[in-house]
Design a binder for this molecule. Sequence first.
Ligand SMILES: [Zn+2]
Ligand SMILES: [Zn+2]
Length: 258
Amino acid sequence: MQLTPLPAFTDNYIWLLQHRQQVLAVDPGDGQAVLQWLAREPGRQLDTILVTHHHADHTSGLQDLVQTTGAQVFGPVLEKLPVPHTGVADRDTVTWGPLRWQVIDVPGHTAGHVAYWAEPEGEAPILFSGDTLFSGGCGRLFEGTARQMLHSLDQLTQLPVDTRLCCAHEYTLSNLRFARALEPDSTPLADYEQHCMALRQRKQPTLPAHLGQELEINPFLRSRHPAVRTAIERHTGAPVSDDADAFAQLREWKNDFR
Ligand SMILES: [Zn+2]
Ligand SMILES: [Zn+2]
């Protein structure tokens, strides 16, 4: 299956998946960009749209796309979208072509944020993580707590390590600068940063990332790791009280990191 990150706005990606002529789009913030992509190859039919959360940069294209293509929209049952949609929540499935997308509740960035995971036959699994998990980072806590976000990320780390991570933003390099401040001696991190810098120099996406790699380099998946713990405590100057506290301190540190 052809998996394409379509750039939109300054740093969004609208993910497109094609099976034969059938197309699935994820978080289409820009409807015209998707329509132009569809028109580049006659016969392509957008029939399904998955939405991870309600923010405008993920939903502004919905009206155009539904009007033009009649695509069916699936999105979080707890959130309002600009078009009618089939509400989905944890453990629901969405069937598309040969795939069954598993819905995973991942509150934190927004209250109803969901992720979608599926395993195409003979290929590595795919995760659409929206603004919850980024390569090297995670989403800001706009509507949820640190405890919720930590639990959400814990759900995602239980997925198979070969899962391809399809995030909604190209934030990788700035995330990795922060990761390096925490784990300056990490070889996997240095190697991955080199790799991503080379991709960006060629104006290529750093995505999809790989879950196994993220477990080695993403501080928000490593907040229980001794090296990361020590860095957090050194930064705040006080011991953390528990896992959620450590995660909260880490998220706040990143918010102020330049
Ligand atoms: Zn968002
Ligand atoms: Zn976003």
